[in-house]
Design a binder for this molecule. Structure first.
Ligand SMILES: O=C(O)CCC(=O)C(=O)O
Length: 256
């Protein structure tokens, strides 16, 4: 098992995120990129399109110009062994065991479990949100991993995070109808000023807590940005039966 240093885990607990440089080997990243390009041409579903997300800058519907631009290839875990190998790899498991403070880590097939394909031309921006907003588990203690398969910067719609925001308890009034931070409120403006850009290089993995506020802009370059995202939880933090979080079985990373 890869050694994970306590300082990194303390930083994760304080900030709600941690970047682990080069966690995925270059040849794995190359195999994933190849697989994604094959899945995009011709498109192999299931997929989510820019028109589906309804974010700022999204085409109004699938028939509108750019409406059919794929935003996410869904069900990444079951698409190919390259994704399963990465999602369950030793480095991933060791970090999650330390962050979730358990040997028994499971991958949720219901949340994230996707390949982000942020394309030039029709990509929309994602406002400030916590991923847990629509998820239903016994406790809000889940960790997602965002693997960069290329360079991720502000210019191509890289992520921004508000460090420490996973520890906040905000009044409902701070959030809009869809549970995004209301940017017009003074208290939220002060919070958003603390945001940091997460610059990632190919093979870098961003671990982030499901309560940490994050956002991302549009891809203003002419190159598609590919990232792979999976979400994990401890075995004793179960999805609530009958909710979207319980729709598909979670996959143990360890023999249970
Ligand atoms: O790439 C983006 O626009 C952000 C995606 C995101 O925040 C999410 O899927 O939770």
């Amino acid at each position: 098992m890869n050694a994970v240093d306590e300082m990194s885990i303390s930083r994760f607990e304080r900030d709600g995120f941690l970047v682990v440089p080069g966690l995925a080997k270059a040849d794995w990243c190359e195999a994933m990129r190849r697989c994604i390009k094959d899945a995009l041409n011709p498109l192999q579903g299931p997929a989510e399109f820019e028109a589906d997300v309804g974010y700022q800058g999204s085409p109004a519907n699938r028939g509108a110009e750019g409406g059919n631009t794929p935003r996410r290839l869904l069900s990444a875990y079951s698409r190919d062994t390259v994704f399963r190998r990465w999602a369950t790899s030793d480095g991933v498991r060791a970090h999650l065991q330390a962050m979730l403070r358990t040997e028994e880590v499971l991958l949720s097939q219901c949340h994230h479990n996707c390949i982000m394909t942020k394309m030039p031309g029709f990509s929309s921006s994602t406002m400030w949100h916590q991923d847990i907003r629509y998820w239903s588990f016994d406790t809000p203690e889940l960790v997602s991993i965002w693997l960069a398969l290329g360079y991720e910067r502000e210019a191509n719609g890289g992520l921004w995070i508000i460090p420490g925001s996973h520890l906040l308890t905000l009044d409902r009034g701070c959030l809009d109808r869809d549970l995004f931070l209301r940017k017009e409120l003074e208290e939220n403006k002060a919070l958003i000023e603390k945001a940091v850009a997460v610059n990632l290089d190919p093979g870098d993995a961003l671990f982030f807590h499901c309560r940490v506020f994050h956002a991302a802009g549009m891809n203003c370059t002419d190159v598609t940005k590919y990232s792979v995202a999976f979400t994990y939880h401890a075995k004793d933090n179960a999805p609530i039966p009958g909710t979207r979080s319980g729709q598909y079985p979670s996959v143990p990373l360890t023999r249970l």
